[in-house]
Design a protein around this ligand. Structure first.
Ligand code: BJ8
Length: 424
């Protein structure tokens, strides 16, 4: 990695503590990623991004601020990035995915809070992640109780706007979300001092849709057998898309998709024929959480799809681009975002329908339903998912875990037993 110490010092980071992370991350990434065989050439870009993870993109964001632009830190796929980019801002997904930050979160949060929230709060309070120190404003939402209360702590640190995400999907809920987007537009216009117009919002809708289309191409390639890319690599692509420049993200994902489509034409895969095909469903896996993918793939099965917010929920639905007025565009945004099936909704049967559909589309042999410990929403929903999968004869196992490595061997044993059962 190039030398970014001056930049980190200027951001007020705790360099000594941060050095510990800089030491362990390359080794962890090398062990999980660089040991894979026959990786697509298109992954070079993503490897580079990881090698410069706290350098290149933060430097771009700071440059943007020096030129008068604003940066918005977000934590959920319900935040409409289009609004931020329409005002010339940058939106960056901040969710923390490392155990390294968890202890910082535990200083202020109850122990029975999920790792994602603890890590996100810890990264900010411990000052060990530049992404958390750069934003001019954070955008939270009220999707779960843990996040709701965590924002009140973070609000003492940084300006924070909270989006009220409805928890049902009736027409009046879509209308309520439309009103939330209108409020968000006002906040973004105030922070950026820029007016959002039909033209700028139309361009931003296309920009973000293009990123989604590129990710759809990468995921479509994973439907092939043999699968041309590992689940670990596909997960990394999605994780990096949360905070990379959206135009570059689309270009890189499209380049990768070109290569994957070529591999499919030549019947080139990264796993042998007849490898078990696994879907992972459940809570999101923020970078650098690669634990479950690594376990599954090191046991000789392929993860071919993630039904999660670091998977299909991130890019499946597009915003209608045909709107010609701001009112129509806002409605189109509300309709698109309200199609996302997070467990914070009740009832949430559409998510179960998605899982069944994806099982078919990706020729899945078995599902691993993962839940970040203390996420009551996904944990409870897993009961219904298991019931319906049983009715459809789709093998499924449920896992509760966190970011630590303590349960690694235990999880490995359980996943191994599940894969053995699928092989019989
Ligand atoms: S749309 S999944 S990104 S809320 S795992 S913090 S729910 S206790 S992350 Fe999420 Fe938006 Fe839903 Fe997706 Fe709470 Fe659960 Fe933790 Fe979670």
């Amino acid at each position: 990695m190039a030398d970014y110490r001056q930049m980190w010092t200027d951001l007020g980071m705790d360099l000594e503590h941060h050095d510990v992370l800089c030491e362990v991350l390359p080794e962890a990434f090398g062990g999980v990623y660089l040991t894979q065989q026959d990786r697509p050439k298109g992954m070079d870009f993503y490897d580079f991004v990881v090698s410069e993870i706290h350098g290149v993109r933060p430097a771009e964001m700071l440059q943007h601020q020096e030129e008068g632009g604003k940066v918005f830190g977000t934590f959920c796929v319900y935040v409409p990035d289009e609004v931020v980019f329409a005002a010339g801002g940058i939106a960056a997904g901040l969710c923390g995915g490392s155990q390294f930050w968890v202890s910082g979160g535990e200083k202020v949060l109850p122990a029975n809070t999920c790792s994602l929230i603890k890590a996100s709060i810890g990264a900010r309070l411990d000052k060990t992640c530049p992404f958390f120190l750069i934003p001019d404003i954070y955008v939270g939402e009220n999707t779960c109780d843990g996040k709701k209360k965590a924002w009140e702590i973070l609000a003492g640190e940084v300006p924070l706007h909270i989006i009220d995400v409805p928890q049902m999907k009736r027409d009046r809920d879509v209308a309520a979300f439309e009103a939330e987007i209108r409020d968000f537009i006002k906040v973004v216009e105030r922070v950026t001092d820029k007016k959002i117009t039909v033209e700028s919002l139309g361009e931003a809708i296309k920009l973000i849709n293009n990123k989604r289309r590129a990710l759809q191409r990468v995921y479509n390639a994973r439907k092939a057998s043999p699968v041309p890319i590992s689940g670990k690599d596909a997960l990394l692509v999605t994780q990096i898309n949360f905070y990379d420049d959206p135009a570059r993200a689309a270009q890189m994902a499209n380049n990768l998709a070109d290569e994957l489509e070529q591999r499919i034409n030549n019947a080139i895969g990264v796993f042998p024929d007849k490898t078990l095909r696994i879907m992972i469903s459940g809570t999101p896996m923020a970078i650098p959480n690669w634990k479950l993918h690594h376990i599954v793939e090191s046991l000789g099965a392929a993860v071919v799809v993630e039904e999660s917010c670091t998977g299909t929920r991130y890019f499946e639905n597009l915003v209608d681009e045909s709107a010609t007025t701001l009112d129509e565009q806002i409605r189109a945004l509300a309709e698109r975002y309200m199609k996302t099936n997070c467990a914070c909704f009740t009832p949430n049967a559409a998510r179960i329908d998605d899982i069944i559909r994806l099982t078919d589309e990706y020729q899945v042999d078995g599902i691993i339903d993962i839940n970040l410990q203390f996420c009551n929403l996904y944990s409870t929903e897993s009961y219904l998912i298991k019931q319906v999968m049983k009715e459809h004869n789709i093998p499924i196992m449920h896992i509760e875990t966190d970011y630590s490595e303590q349960d690694f061997e235990q999880l490995r044993t359980r996943v191994e037993a599940f894969l053995e059962m699928l092989r019989k």
